[in-house]
Write a protein that binds this ligand. Structure first.
Ligand SMILES: [Cu+2]
Length: 154
């Protein structure tokens, strides 16, 4: 009888462990979309760029540390600039006159001038909840479709 109890409680512990492990695996895969990898607590987002689109173009992240990598699969240079939707006009004007100070003050982040076949990355930043847009600001590219959205929420 005692031995049976020992076997039974051993089995119960194993079942409990299996449930806990399954729960962990499931919750970590549920939170992360395919374009995000967690590296040392940083959400590393990989975006592919080509003429004339970003993939993915709709990005959802959790608040916290993040970094963006842009891979240029195209034949010409591309870049990625992200900012609040309401700031597009300010950023556009500043870019026309190459007013770097205004650009830096009004953008969320940028990955500058990535040559064809190469990749570039942003700094690691601490993102708060919010909605942003991004685009390639090389002449004509934004209007041709190189744009997208970044939503940071829980
Ligand atoms: Cu471009």
């Amino acid at each position: 009888m005692e031995r049976q109890n020992a076997v039974l409680s051993g089995t119960l512990i194993l079942v409990a462990l299996a449930v806990i492990i399954a729960g962990c695996v499931q919750s970590s895969t549920k939170i992360l979309p395919p374009y995000v990898k967690m590296v040392d607590g940083v959400q590393v987002v990989t975006i592919n760029a080509k003429e004339f689109a970003f993939t993915p173009s709709s990005i959802h992240l959790s608040p916290g540390k993040a970094k963006f990598i842009v891979i240029n699969d195209g034949k010409v240079e591309h870049e990625l600039v992200a900012y609040e939707a309401s700031k597009k006009e300010i950023v556009d004007k500043a870019e026309m006159v190459e007013d770097e100070e205004t650009i830096k003050k009004n953008i969320l982040f940028e990955v500058e001038e990535v040559k064809a076949g190469e990749s570039g990355e942003s700094d690691v930043m601490d993102l708060k909840e919010g909605s942003y847009v991004f685009g390639c600001h090389i002449k004509g590219h934004y209007d041709a479709g190189m744009k997208g959205t970044v939503t940071i929420g829980k």
